[in-house]
Ligand binder design. Structure first.
Ligand SMILES: NC(=O)c1ccc[n+]([C@@H]2O[C@H](COP(=O)([O-])OP(=O)(O)OC[C@H]3O[C@@H](n4cnc5c(N)ncnc54)[C@H](OP(=O)(O)O)[C@@H]3O)[C@@H](O)[C@H]2O)c1
Length: 254
């Protein structure tokens, strides 16, 4: 490898990925493993985490699975404790676990709204807190936000949009608290449309209609998002912190 490519290497690093049981989280785990990291995989469905663990092992890296509900601060602490017990360090956190809902505002119950915030926003904070206490200088946190934190997409998604916009604020503040003093960079990604279990739930015709707003005219491939996660996780992004990077085929500039 050339010196330039070496800067993107995650050899010897340990990465936690939440929501690693389906969709983008699986692609992130695979991508980080292919870049050299060992993985700590968290989500609620243990059987599905096992499938991701085998993908990581097929890439030649080690992985452990930890059943985790990120809306529980105790579960988040246990996930980080398991990483420290097994690997003795945490270098990368990908806060990816999330739920998507679309409920008209006049009908949405307090419980429905709060659940989305509990998982998508609060869960990221519990994970970041637990990791921030043990991460060494040179570490990186990547929060998976959404273009829905920046714009709208024709569905009633107050809870989801608020949670994803909130995550951008959380990213900025943790970056200003930790980048200098602790040497932990904190950034966010704002993905556009990528196929996953979440996007399979859209009504027929919705995606085709939305793709008319996307200059590149297609959905993203999860591997195209995994490469940006590897970049932000690695020393290649050593001077990038507090940013939200849209990976959306141009949707937010159209
Ligand atoms: N796909 C897209 O186009 C797109 C666009 C923008 C942003 N995003 C964001 O990308 C992230 C991944 O979404 P996806 O599209 O890959 O959807 P997905 O296939 O539905 O995956 C969501 C993941 O989150 C986990 N999860 C949900 N609630 C959880 C909880 N309480 N505790 C722990 N894990 C939980 C799920 O695992 P369990 O059910 O096993 O717990 C699953 O692994 C989300 O944050 C989403 O908002 C996706």
């Amino acid at each position: 490898m050339t010196a330039m490519v070496n800067r993107f290497s995650l050899a010897g690093r340990v990465a936690i990925v939440t929501g690693a049981s389906s969709g983008l989280g699986v692609a992130f785990a695979q991508g980080l493993a292919e870049a050299g990291a060992d993985l700590v995989l968290g989500a609620r469905r243990a059987d599905r985490l096992d499938i991701t663990r085998k993908l990581v092992e097929a890439a030649g890296r080690r992985a452990i699975t930890v059943p985790t509900d990120v809306s529980s601060p105790g579960d988040c602490q246990s996930l980080v404790d398991a990483a420290m017990t097994e690997f003795g360090r945490v270098d990368v956190l990908v806060n990816n676990a999330g739920i998507g809902t679309a409920v008209p505002a006049v009908r949405e119950t307090p419980e429905e709204f709060e659940q989305v915030l509990d998982v998508n926003l609060n869960g990221c904070y519990w994970m970041a807190q637990a990791c921030g206490r043990v991460m060494r200088p040179g570490s990186s946190i990547i929060n998976i936000s959404s273009v829905l934190g920046l714009t709208t997409a024709g569905l009633p998604q107050a809870a989801y949009s608020a949670s994803k916009a909130g995550l951008m604020g959380l990213t900025r503040d943790l970056a200003q608290q930790w980048s200098g003093r602790r040497g932990i960079r904190v950034n966010a990604l704002a993905p556009g449309f990528f196929s996953s279990e979440m996007t399979e739930q859209y009504r027929p015709g919705y995606l085709e209609q939305q793709l008319q707003r996307v200059p590149m005219g297609r959905m993203g491939d999860p591997a195209e998002l995994a490469t940006t996660v590897v970049f932000l996780a690695s020393d290649a992004a050593g001077y990038v912190t507090g940013q939200t990077l849209a990976v959306d085929g141009g949707m937010t500039i159209a």
